[in-house]
Ligand binder design. Structure first.
Ligand code: IPM
Ligand code: MN
Length: 351
């Protein structure tokens, strides 16, 4: 029996999570697993009403859960950073979800903006370090608001943090057994301290994985190659900030935010799964956004929980349904949000 903490969150989060939960229910019948959910209303609305962002008691409950299923965090009436740092980043950090796993996979029949590229060319995974770097919030102001103002934002990279991330990437690359190729994405030509550490750790750990071919590219070049030759990539490992940026580019080449999902993984603890598209305030309540990213996040959750059969059933259902959709973009799918969820459920039931 799995205990799943559900945080629908802001904007379109609740709509897409609703579809994900429909799908989860259908799968539990088909693949015979049991689960219970506890829903938490953290997000902009609760913050506006009560001033509460995320109490420690909730974090304690999340630690006891088998997984967390998150919709979206971010509210137009709340100053940027408060909810993102107070909920999303806080969970990632406090639960030590040190891997952000973001597959970039183009499914058949999905439009990519890349000319002449298809599903055989776009299938790689980005491993983004998820608890360090520029995200730790280290820094401060001096003489704020004056002409002499100084703003400092530090990137923290620890030997331990880099090593566990790099090691995870090598292991995943081996497990994928696709091209057995791991690329380090950094900026060693400018960030001569932080990415020197990354490069040394990458090379050292690599000696333990003779079957994995390694290579290095600067983050700016990675952006170029992701557009020009995405087929070169198998697994990319990178720091928190660069991982944030290149996975938005990754999302676009795999068909957009409507399909892109990510896992915040603590291999020894509780992991959290989310669509990476955000709260999309302008579409809220309209039943037009694509729930497939949330459904794909559900698939990653099942895979991580060890429900391989359910995960496979779901991926096949997604491929079937995508083939029927006009587009993966909000409002252009040829179906509503809930109809897409229903189609997935039907495809699971028919399989
Ligand atoms: C993401 C998001 C978050 C991040 C924001 C909302 C804090 O962009 O998950 O990629 O920067 O990590
Ligand atoms: Mn991002």
């Amino acid at each position: 029996m799995y205990n799943i903490a559900v945080i629908p969150g802001d904007g379109t989060g609740p709509e897409v999570i609703n579809e994900g939960l429909k799908v989860l229910k259908a799968l539990s019948g088909k693949a015979r697993f049991t689960y219970q959910t506890v829903t938490y209303d953290f997000g902009g609305e609760r913050y506006k009403k009560t001033g509460e962002i995320l109490p420690d008691s909730a974090l304690q409950e999340f630690r006891q859960a088998d997984a967390i299923y998150l919709g979206a965090i971010g509210h137009p009436d709340v100053q940027p950073g408060i909810l993102e740092k107070g909920i999303l980043l806080k969970i990632r950090f406090e639960l030590d979800q040190y891997i952000n796993l973001r597959p970039v996979k183009l499914y058949p029949h999905v439009d990519t903006p890349l000319k002449d590229k298809g599903p055989q060319d776009i299938d790689f995974t980005v491993i983004r370090e998820n608890t360090e770097g520029l995200y730790v919030g280290s820094g401060g102001f001096l003489k704020k608001g004056t002409a002499d103002e100084i703003a400092i934002q530090e990137s923290i990279n620890t030997r331990k943090g880099v090593e566990r991330c790099v090691r995870y990437a090598y292991e995943l690359c081996r497990k994928r057994a696709k091209h057995n190729k791991l690329t380090l994405c950094g900026k060693t030509n400018v960030l001569t301290y932080a990415h020197d550490l990354w490069q040394r750790v990458f090379d050292e750990v690599g000696r333990e994985y003779p079957g994995i071919a390694t290579n290095y590219a600067n983050v700016d070049a990675i952006c170029m190659w992701m557009v020009k030759n995405p087929e070169w990539f198998d697994v990319i490992v990178t720091d928190n900030m660069f991982g944030d940026i290149i996975t938005d580019l990754g999302a676009m080449i795999q068909g957009g935010m409507g399909i892109a999902a990510g896992g915040n993984i603590n291999p020894q603890g509780t992991s959290m799964f989310e669509p990476i598209g955000g709260s999309a305030p302008k579409y809220t309540g309209m039943n037009v956004v694509n729930p497939l990213a949330a459904i794909s996040a559900c698939q990653m959750m099942l895979e991580t929980l060890g429900e391989a059969e359910a995960a496979q059933l779901l991926e096949r259902a997604m491929v079937t349904v995508i083939a029927k959709m006009k587009s993966l973009s909000a409002g252009k799918m040829g179906y509503t949000t809930s109809q897409v969820g229903d189609l997935i459920v039907a495809a699971i039931e028919e399989s």
